[in-house]
Design a protein around this ligand. Structure first.
Ligand code: MRU
Length: 358
C-alpha cells in the first residue's frame, strides 16, 4: 500500500503518516524542543496516544482514529462478517472513549463503520483493504478541505492584517495545512501581509509550543503573547481579526473550541474586531440544537498545577480544568468551511453545507 503522506502543494508539516501497516505520529507533547516520531501498530496504543495528546486537534484526532480502527481491523483474525463487525465496533468504542468534545473523532469512526456496514457480502480480507483506502482517503481529504477552507477564509481578510489566534488550529491539528492557520497560509499565498499573534493557551500551551513552532517554521511572522494580554492589545488597536478552529459546532453555530476562546470572542465583540471560526463541515454536529448540549472534556488537574515536572501550585489545591468552552453564535462574525462561509443565518447555512459535503 502506498504512503499517502505527500501533499506537495500544502505546507510541509504533516503530523500523521501511514505506510505499510504502521501509523507514525509526531509527538506533539515534545514540541517545540524535540521532533520525535512514534510508531503504532496496535489500536489500543493509538487510543492512548489520542488521550495523552501525542496527537491533538479535532481533525487530526479524527484522522488518527480512522487509522487506529484500521490497525485494529487489520489485526482481527475474524473470517466471517458478524465476528469482524463486532470486533470493529469494540475497536471503535475504545477509540471513541478518548476525547469527548472533538466530534471529528466520532465522525471518522462512523465513516469507517458505515463502509463496513454497507458491505456485509464482502469477504473480511476485502473489507480490510477497503478500510485502508478509507483511512488514507480521510487523511488526504482533510488536507484538501483545509486548503479549500483557506481559500474561502483568505478572501475575508484585508491586504494587511494582524490576526490573533488561540490554541493550535494549524497543520499540527489536522492531516496538514490547518483550519485557522490554513486561512493564514492561504492569505499569505495570495500575497497578503499577514502577521499572527499567538495566545500561549494555558494550560497545555498549544499556542506557545505548537502554533509558534509551525508558523516560525513556515516563515510566517508570529508573536507569542500570554492569554491575558489579548484584551490590552485589542484596546491598543493591534489586532485586526481573530481566527480560531473548532472542536464541535452545534446546528445554531454555537462553537466549542479550546478553553479561553469564549473570552477572546467577548473581547473581540467589545472591540468591534471580526471573530472568525474556521472548521470543516465534519466538525458541525447537526444533532445538537445549541452549544449547551456539547460535552466538555474535563482533563487532569495536573495540567494546571504543573508544567512538566515543575509544580506551580500548592499540593492538594482544588483545580478546574475544562479543556473547551462554548462561544455563542452571536459572537461569531462568520464560520468558514470548505463549502463556503456562513454568516448570520448559521442554522440554514450549516445544514446546507453539511448536506453538500455528504
Ligand atoms: O485539546 P486540543 O489541543 O485537541 O484542542 C484543540 C483545539 O481546541 C483546536 O482549536 C480545534 O481542535 C481545532 S483544530 C483544527
Amino acid at each position: 500500500m502506498a504512503n499517502c503522506n505527500l501533499y506537495p502543494q500544502s505546507c510541509g508539516i504533516q503530523p500523521i503518516r501511514y505506510a505499510d501497516g504502521v501509523l507514525s505520529l509526531l509527538d506533539q507533547r515534545r514540541l517545540p524542543v524535540e521532533e520525535i516520531w512514534l510508531d503504532y501498530t496496535d489500536y489500543r496504543e493509538v487510543a492512548e496516544a489520542i488521550r495523552s495528546m501525542v496527537v491533538r486537534g479535532a481533525p487530526a484526532i479524527g484522522v488518527t482514529a480512522a487509522y487506529g480502527a484500521l490497525l485494529g481491523a487489520k489485526a482481527s483474525s475474524a473470517t466471517d462478517f458478524e465476528t469482524f463487525w463486532d470486533e470493529l465496533n469494540q475497536i471503535c468504542d475504545l477509540l471513541g472513549a478518548t476525547r469527548p468534545t472533538a466530534v471529528n473523532l466520532f465522525w471518522a469512526l462512523e465513516r469507517v463503520k458505515s463502509l463496513v456496514r454497507a458491505n456485509p457480502e464482502q469477504p473480511v480480507t476485502n473489507l480490510k483493504i477497503a478500510l485502508e483506502y478509507e483511512a488514507m482517503a480521510i487523511a488526504e481529504q482533510d488536507v484538501r478541505i483545509n486548503m479549500a477552507m483557506g481559500r474561502h477564509g483568505a478572501q475575508l481578510l484585508p491586504q494587511t492584517v494582524r490576526v490573533l489566534t488561540h490554541c493550535n488550529a494549524g497543520a499540527l491539528a489536522t492531516a496538514g495545512y490547518g483550519t485557522a492557520l490554513g486561512v493564514v497560509r492561504a492569505a499569505v499565498a495570495a500575497g497578503k501581509q499577514v502577521s499572527v499573534l499567538a495566545d500561549e493557551t494555558r494550560p497545555f500551551l498549544q499556542g506557545a509550543r505548537l502554533t509558534a513552532w509551525e508558523l516560525q517554521r513556515d516563515g510566517i511572522p508570529v508573536t507569542l503573547i500570554c492569554d491575558n494580554m489579548a484584551g490590552a492589545l485589542m484596546a491598543q488597536g493591534e489586532i485586526d481579526a481573530v481566527i480560531v478552529g473548532a472542536d464541535r459546532i452545534a446546528a445554531n453555530g454555537d462553537t466549542a473550541n479550546k478553553i479561553g476562546t469564549y473570552t477572546v470572542a467577548v473581547l473581540a465583540h467589545e472591540h468591534n474586531i471580526p471573530f472568525y471560526v474556521a472548521a470543516p463541515t465534519s466538525t458541525v454536529d447537526l444533532s445538537l440544537t445549541d452549544g449547551s448540549q456539547i460535552p466538555i472534556e474535563q482533563r487532569d488537574p495536573r495540567e494546571v498545577t504543573h508544567t512538566g515536572d515543575i509544580q506551580l501550585a500548592p499540593q492538594g489545591i482544588e483545580v478546574r480544568n475544562p479543556a473547551f468552552d462554548v462561544t455563542p453564535a452571536r459572537l461569531i462574525t462568520a464560520i468558514i468551511t470548505e463549502q463556503g462561509v456562513a454568516r448570520g443565518n448559521y442554522l440554514d447555512d450549516l445544514a446546507d453545507f453539511v448536506g453538500r459535503a455528504s
